[in-house]
Write a protein that binds this ligand. Structure first.
Ligand SMILES: Cc1cc2nc3c(=O)[nH]c(=O)nc-3n(C[C@H](O)[C@H](O)[C@H](O)COP(=O)(O)O)c2cc1C
Length: 338
């Protein structure tokens, strides 16, 4: 059991933040199927602060504010911030906790503020943000301290093993962040240099767990209950965070929970899977409008069909479809009902 503020997570099953993937529609589906905790897509702290100064009416204030939306039905959920300047990080965190930024559509503060110290994308690291912070532990601790001072909710941090194979520093880095006030650390067991390449060494999660007394969450390449159990048993981590393993498979959380609770897991039928996929498609279109909703939903729809007979053909039809009805017809064909 993990405690994050007033929330208790029985098995510590978390959905990883994935920009462009884990929007509120998908997060809610994962919670329905057993995720106990979710994290928003990463939100740029500086952009949120700058949006406050923009000469726009609240309703127009845009993209950044909407990424930070959290409602009571999403709880427990963290909002993840990225940035390298302690003042902007603290100001953004405070506005998020107080629901005081322009364009805020939240009806509750999040369960926690999570800080991104793992993103490997060049656009981010070239500003000293994301995983580049693992090269500047003093600045990173300063950021955590500034955010902790600015909010009353817990502050958590998502890190990698280190920058590259010659600078693996997750254990001592996590220790410094714990001393700065972090309440929980999630370790993605890859270096920045490894990006998302296959083949990870989860022993760094074990050494990090031994180095700190706050909960440590293991992350990386969990695609089944077997993978989750292996991660927990081999590293002693307090919970697991799942990213790509949940794509097109929000049921992975039920599968893992069933294993950990000694229950029987019944895999959903293809009909059930595609019906949930269509529910997601409709919800995304409702939330984002037909054009953006459909464009963003296509990759999800393609993930849902993987493993089904004729999936490759269906996937390419999904990617070239122009309406939601096209996708519904592709699914009907897959099910042999058209
Ligand atoms: C498309 C994509 C977007 C991601 N966006 C974020 C993000 O916004 N914040 C973050 O901390 N990690 C992000 N990640 C990293 C994931 O949270 C996770 O650490 C990584 O995918 C490894 O876990 P997995 O093997 O279960 O997918 C992203 C990963 C992917 C593939």
């Amino acid at each position: 059991m993990i405690k994050i503020g007033k929330y208790e997570l029985k098995n510590g099953l978390m959905l990883a933040p994935m920009a462009g993937v884990t929007d509120n529609t998908f997060r809610r589906l994962c919670m329905r199927y057993g995720a106990e905790y979710t994290v928003s897509e990463m939100v740029c702290a500086k952009a949120l602060c700058y949006e406050q100064k923009a000469k726009k009416k609240s309703a127009d204030v845009g993209a950044t504010a909407s990424l930070a939306e959290v409602t009571v039905k999403d709880m427990p959920m963290a909002i993840q911030l990225f940035g390298s300047e302690p003042e902007f990080m603290a100001e953004a965190a405070m506005m998020i906790e107080q629901l005081s930024y322009k364009g805020c559509r939240s009806d509750t503060p999040p369960a926690a503020i999570d800080i991104n110290m793992g993103c490997p994308v060049r656009k981010i690291t070239s500003n000293g943000e994301g995983s580049a912070l693992m090269k500047t532990p003093e600045l990173s601790a300063k950021i955590v301290r500034a955010v902790c001072d600015a909010v009353s909710i817990p502050v958590t941090v998502k890190i990698r093993a280190g920058w590259d194979s010659s600078s693996i520093n997750a254990p001592e880095f996590a220790k410094a962040l714990e001393e700065a006030g972090a309440s929980l650390i999630c370790v993605h067991a890859r270096t920045k240099e490894q990006l998302y390449l296959p083949g990870i060494d989860i022993s760094v999660i074990e050494t990090t767990k031994k180095a700190v007394s706050i909960p440590v969450i293991g992350n990386g390449d969990i695609y089944s209950a077997d993978d989750a159990v292996k991660m927990i048993e081999q590293t002693g981590c307090d919970g697991v965070m799942i990213g790509r393993g949940a794509e097109g498979n929000p049921w992975i959380f039920s599968e893992i929970a069933a294993r950990l609770n000694g229950d029987i897991y019944e895999e959903p039928s293809i009909e059930q899977k595609l019906s949930v996929a269509l529910e997601q498609l409709d919800a995304m279109i409702l939330a984002k409008g037909e054009r953006v909703g459909l464009a963003e939903a296509k990759k999800h729809m393609a993930w849902y069909v993987s493993g089904i007979k004729d999936a490759a053909r269906a996937r390419s039809s999904i990617m070239t479809s122009t309406t939601a009805l096209d996708i519904k017809n592709i699914f009907k064909e897959l099910l042999g009902t058209k």
